[in-house]
Design a protein around this ligand. Structure first.
Ligand code: GUN
Length: 282
């Protein structure tokens, strides 16, 4: 049977429409949600992400505060800018675009962000709260995956979930969110022995590796839900970590690349920003 193609563009549009309603409700109470995005250097991919975020903000009614700093910016100046946004009541969310140019310490600047404004969910306090099962802002990409599962009525409860990749941005928070949703979770990585066999145990397989089309039919149990977090640039364009053509015929549901998880990350950033604004204006 043909798989369900999970339409991230559509779900992201729905998420943003709900965010816009929440923004309007806040505005009626005199609160305009604000997101500060800091970009250091001029990496073209980062620049284009930042521009898309600005567009999302204006679409949902969030005020954006965008700062571009030159490549050679000193750590102290970056830290000071974060402190300035921490203290600014018009700013509810702060995002420092990663990766930072060499010479700048991402851990140090992330740790400076006030946790209540940490809309990326990367601060140690945000991750610690997630581990403890306490309310927190969650990293946008894994939260976007959870939103896709909810939108398609896929309940992880009791299911075997396998996450391939253990990054702080995706793999680890993804595993924690699936665990919180009562899945039985396995996290795989580059040292995992017999990766295809482990992946074949998955009812829900999340690929967040960063290797073009690595996950083929040998890694997928028939009927599994396959979520592809990868975005890899190859000669023919953008492809995921999943070999879509090989896997789609055996999956029950699958995300395409592009148009799957990608649009969700930015939508969840908007959702996190409005949630941060709601939290301080209760
Ligand atoms: N670079 C790539 N993805 C992300 C993200 O989700 N947040 C930030 N801050 N930088 C990124």
């Amino acid at each position: 049977m043909a798989p369900v193609i999970i339409d991230g563009k559509k779900v992201a549009t729905d998420v943003k429409a709900r965010v816009a309603q929440r923004v309007a409700a806040l505005e009626a109470r005199g609160v305009k949600p604000g997101l500060a995005v800091i970009l250091v250097g001029d990496d073209p991919a980062s620049r284009s992400y930042v521009e898309m975020k600005e567009r999302d903000c204006s679409e949902v009614g969030i005020r954006s505060f965008d700062v571009r700093l030159p490549e050679g910016t000193a750590q102290g100046d970056l830290d000071a800018l974060v402190e300035q946004f921490n203290a600014d009541p018009a700013v509810h969310g702060i995002l420092v675009q990663l990766p930072l140019p060499s010479g700048l310490d991402a851990e140090r600047v992330i740790a400076r962000i006030a946790p209540e404004k940490d809309v990326d969910g990367f601060h140690p306090a945000s991750i610690g709260r997630l581990v403890r099962g306490l309310p927190a802002l969650h990293a946008c990409t894994p939260e976007g995956v959870m939103e896709l599962l909810r939108a398609y009525g896929i309940d992880p409860k009791g299911k075997r979930a396998v996450v391939v990749g253990r990054s702080v941005i995706v793999g680890k928070p993804m595993a924690l969110l699936l665990l919180q949703a009562d899945a039985t979770v396995t996290v795989c990585h580059s040292k995992t022995e017999d990766l295809p066999a482990v992946c074949r145990e998955a009812d829900i397989l999340v690929a967040a590796i960063g290797r073009a089309r690595m996950i083929d039919e040998r890694y997928v149990k028939p009927g599994a839900v396959v979520i592809d977090v990868g975005i890899n640039r190859v000669e023919s364009g953008l492809v995921g970590d999943v070999d879509f053509d090989a896997v789609a015929p055996i999956a029950s549901a699958i995300t395409p690349v592009p148009g799957g998880v990608g649009p969700m990350t930015r939508a969840m950033l908007m959702a996190n920003t409005v949630a941060a604004a709601e939290e301080v204006s209760r």
